[in-house]
Design a protein. Sequence first.
Length: 119
Amino acid sequence: MIFLCIPCLVLLTYFLILAIFFPKYRVYVKEAWKCFSDKLKGKKCSFSFDNKMRLAFSMWLAKHDMKKLGKFFYNQKNFNTFFTIFGIIFIIVTSILGILLIKFIFFGSPCTPDSGCSL
């Protein structure tokens, strides 16, 4: 059931980052949060935010001469599968980078100017 929430979580994260720099995406953050919370509760999105983003993304691909890729993402199952896999990879990479940052902060760099780097 948690896998149904991952595409909306990925869209929420994406629009959160964009909304920092571009105010026009702040409306999408509210919609993505509502969709994510609805799917987390086990309901369908009340206004189908994920469908709106799926259609916008596939139309953008088709407009930029990537029609086969646009057809691939037009299918709801392919869109959800791709963003679920992308979300899982994003979470894993973010976790590893967080652990490495904590190790760097507490233990310092393994590189010294005299001896070079030794792992």
